[in-house]
Design a protein around this ligand. Structure first.
Ligand code: CDP
Ligand code: CDP
Length: 226
């Protein structure tokens, strides 16, 4: 395929965004940008420095001191803050349960969006998050909104936690995911929302391969029109 386009993948927690986005990026030789990992990285640093998740100024001080890198590797995408590999640490429950409070602050989002657009400026990107199609990359040529039932998403995250050796409780996960979706959908700035021109895919009973091939068809059709 010739023209390098931008692909935005949004949706609620554990809908399969990052798994699918990574696979698409590999297939297309595009850059994969996990914006959730950026909010998680900031949350990790703030918790480490004892900064309250409601203290926007304190969070901005941390963010201004924090250089976040997303590096592809054979083990998947690695996340570094100021040179420290935090790939696993940012998936732990203390970060997961605080990140949506950190991501509510307008100043935090403004700076993150600036960094995300800079990463994406040359096109050829697959970016996943909550506000990519609506706000970060409103001109993305392909916009996908992934959904799945909260039960299915909790099951997926549970299996992932077990594989990572993290403690995990399915019922608790269901509640945490629902709480995070609510905060993300109700915040004032760039909430989780399907862009008007996004294509919605309910992945509840679809495999990863099914989802990837459905999106690849959309991408090929779109690139063919460019
Ligand atoms: O992987 P999971 O769906 O659990 O979450 P994530 O994509 O790593 O995102 C973690 C959190 O970051 C979300 O719950 C949002 O609060 C926030 N986020 C956001 O506000 N905007 C984005 N573009 C991406 C993530
Ligand atoms: O990025 P997001 O939080 O939306 O989800 P993810 O981390 O990509 O996916 C959560 C888990 O669900 C992963 O372990 C995937 O392998 C799994 N998954 C699945 O079982 N079926 C799908 N159709 C998509 C993802």
């Amino acid at each position: 395929m010739e023209k390098k386009i931008s692909i935005a993948i949004d949706g609620p927690a554990a809908a399969g965004k990052s798994t699918v986005a990574k696979r698409l990026a590999e297939t297309l030789s595009y850059l994969y940008i996990d914006t959730g990992a950026m909010y998680r990285a900031l949350t990790y640093c703030a918790l480490k420095r004892g900064v309250d998740v409601n203290d926007e100024k304190g969070l901005m001080n941390v963010l201004n001191d924090t250089y976040i890198e997303l590096k592809p590797s054979e083990r998947g995408q690695l996340v570094f803050v100021n040179g420290e590999d935090v790939t696993e640490l940012i998936r732990k429950s203390d970060v997961t349960n605080s990140v949506s409070y950190v991501a509510k602050h307008p100043a935090v989002r403004e700076e993150m969006v600036k960094r995300q657009r800079e990463f994406a400026k040359d096109g050829g990107v697959v970016m996943d998050g909550r506000d990519i199609g609506t706000h970060v990359l409103p001109n993305a040529e392909v916009k996908i909104f992934l959904l799945a039932s909260v039960e299915e998403r909790a099951k997926r995250r549970h299996a992932e936690n077990i594989a990572r050796g993290f403690p995990s409780d399915l019922e608790q996960l269901k509640e945490e995911i629902a709480r995070r979706d609510k905060i993300d959908s109700e915040r004032a700035v760039a909430p989780l929302k399907k862009a008007e021109d996004a294509i919605e895919i309910d992945t509840t009973s679809l495999s990863i391969d099914d989802v990837v091939s459905e999106i690849m068809k959309i991408v090929e059709e779109r690139v063919g029109r460019e």
